[in-house]
Write a protein that binds this ligand. Sequence first.
Ligand SMILES: [Fe+2]
Length: 306
Amino acid sequence: MAGALDLAPRDLTTGRAGFIERAQSRGELFIEQPYELYSESNQRTWRRLYRALAGRWEKHAHPRFLDGVTRLALDPDRIPRLADINRFLEPLSGLVARAVSGYVPAYLFFDCLRRREFPTTITIRDGEWLDYLPEPDIFHDLAGHVPMHTDPAFADVLVRFGEAARTAARLARGGDCGQVESALKALARFFWFTIEFGLMRRPDGSGLCAYGSGLLSSAGEIVHALESPRVQRAPFQLEWVVNQGFEIDSLQPLLFVVDGFDRLEDEVRRLERWLRAGRLDNVAPGEPAVSREDLRSFLQAGSAGA
Ligand SMILES: [Fe+2]
């Protein structure tokens, strides 16, 4: 008997994957990775992206990221199967990559991290637009994020983030929407300037390197971030970060540098203390906008006793 997959066209391109549309219409967020639906064009896009990044990783990525690429045995030629990634990943840090059908509301996303699950997009960008990424794809998630997840100290930072989000949801119970929105903005800015676009001092003191996935999954961003004289690279300061807006659609003009992963975890703990102390109740307005869906996810988690 022919299954539903046999009838589906082979295409898991972002924005036009029928399999994803059907999952979303059924309200299914957590899904399987239907590997047989990747087209040859999808595989070619992975190959081209990997080739464009591999040399830049050698030059600019954090050494622990490069270790992660080796430990995960990332295939330069084929889109990885999440099950294969997890066989290597889980014993190293307890984290697993979990396939999702699309956008994960903010609280749910952070709460997955707390449980050591990383919501992972399974579609891949259109090969026509190799270096433009309006939303995450499997290259961003698996090649940009997951190699760092092999490092236990980095994994602990993600878990800490999930804990901070839970604290924000608990505080949301008694607070007004403005406070919750402000806390969410602060969390999103911190995440953006560290996990997505973070720079770090090299462990041997020989300059800077990238550990943020937005840099590590974009040939244009990584070179711009480390080589352009137009980029401001500031030492990480929590007060600045939580009040600093950012733009998604242009090369990043401002990045923050942390000294190491222990320092990063200390900063997430400090973020959580600031949440409790009410110091994030009124951060500077500006990007990112907090969507209704994200706000609701925190309010619901708070009232459900997160
Ligand atoms: Fe990301």
